[in-house]
Design a protein around this ligand. Structure first.
Ligand SMILES: [Zn+2]
Ligand SMILES: [Zn+2]
Length: 110
């Protein structure tokens, strides 16, 4: 299985649904479907349901569109220095490989 041919799954224990549309991403490297993200993170302080981390920072929880528009992709990193662009890409790829390694469908089919 390559890193790319997988879809992230909701990290909520009883859910594990394939994520599409919007997903809630946390600073502790977890990701949740729109239903569980909006439910769990509407209370304050927000606690990650996967690892119990307190998520109090402004960017500790981000609601992300998983298939962003061409316009968004064209603009979101424009203007940033190449080292910052690469830094962001590296972190996003690390998040993805962590998710695929620990939460992929494959883990649940063996
Ligand atoms: Zn869910
Ligand atoms: Zn977490």
């Amino acid at each position: 299985m390559s890193l790319c041919d997988d879809t992230l799954l909701c990290n909520f224990t009883k859910c594990r649904t394939k994520l599409s549309g919007f997903a809630w991403v946390t600073a502790c490297s977890h990701v949740f479907c729109d239903q569980h993200g909006s439910g769990e993170f509407s209370r304050s302080p927000a606690i990650c349901p996967a690892c119990s981390s307190a998520l109090s920072g402004k960017l500790d929880i981000v609601r992300t569109e998983l298939s962003p528009s061409e316009e968004y992709k064209a603009m979101v990193l424009a203007g940033l220095r190449p080292d910052i662009v690469l830094d962001i890409c590296t972190r996003a790829l690390a998040f993805w490989s962590y998710q695929v390694k620990y939460f992929s469908l494959y883990m649940y089919s063996i």
